[in-house]
Write a protein that binds this ligand. Structure first.
Ligand code: GAR
Length: 187
């Protein structure tokens, strides 16, 4: 049985989708939710699914990385799933979980990735640049923002009348459909 931790900073719809998808799975248990925001929507969703929640500040993640790794190892966590987690993962953390940290990004990387590119900021840039398509990227995390090995990409059309909201809906639909399936490849 693989023990996973889901890291999320926002609403947590992807996290909740994973809780549901893997609820009765005998291969993986989502044991823990980690967030950096004590007001994030993810907290309520985690409680609904009876997941333990650990809140960690940006400063703690950066300055107490080794202690945090130790905590996760004691919890026997062997897969880290970033579902809208907006802090950069420190290099020591990446080293501690080699090829075991998976991220989802709401665009077709390498386009629209990097620092500051998250959520609606990505969709806004895609629309501004009159892109004809966008999509999702699920990838492994390495020391550089949004640059790890790509596991899966899925595309959607961007139409002339698309807004940030309509594009966000299309992306969310792709994320909810494909993220669990991509994670299954690690089980
Ligand atoms: C998702 O669209 C995810 O791809 C994005 O944050 C959203 C979280 O939504 N991640 C990034 O932008 C990472 N750079 P959710 O909280 O509803 O799951």
């Amino acid at each position: 049985m693989i023990n996973a931790a889901v890291f999320a900073s926002g609403e947590g719809t992807n996290a909740e989708n994973l809780f549901k998808f893997f609820a009765n799975d005998t291969r993986i248990k989502i044991k823990l939710v980690v967030t950096n925001k004590d007001t994030a929507g993810i907290i309520g969703r985690a409680e609904k699914y009876k997941k333990n929640v650990q809140i960690i500040s940006k400063e703690s993640l950066e300055n107490y990385t080794e202690q945090f790794i130790e905590f996760l190892k004691l919890e026997k966590i062997d897969l880290i799933i970033l579902a809208g987690f907006l802090l950069k993962i420190p290099p020591a953390f990446v080293k501690a979980f080699p090829n075991r940290i998976i991220n989802i990004h709401p665009a077709l990387l390498p386009k629209y990735g990097g620092k500051g590119m998250y959520g609606n900021k990505v969709h806004s840039a895609v629309i501004e640049n009159k892109e004809k398509e966008s999509g999702i990227t699920i990838h492994l995390v390495n020391e550089e923002y949004d640059k790890g090995e790509i596991i899966l990409q899925q595309k959607c059309d961007v139409l002339e009348n698309d807004t940030i909201e309509t594009l966000a809906q299309k992306i969310q639909k792709l994320e909810h459909e494909h993220f669990p399936k991509a994670i299954e490849r690690f089980l």
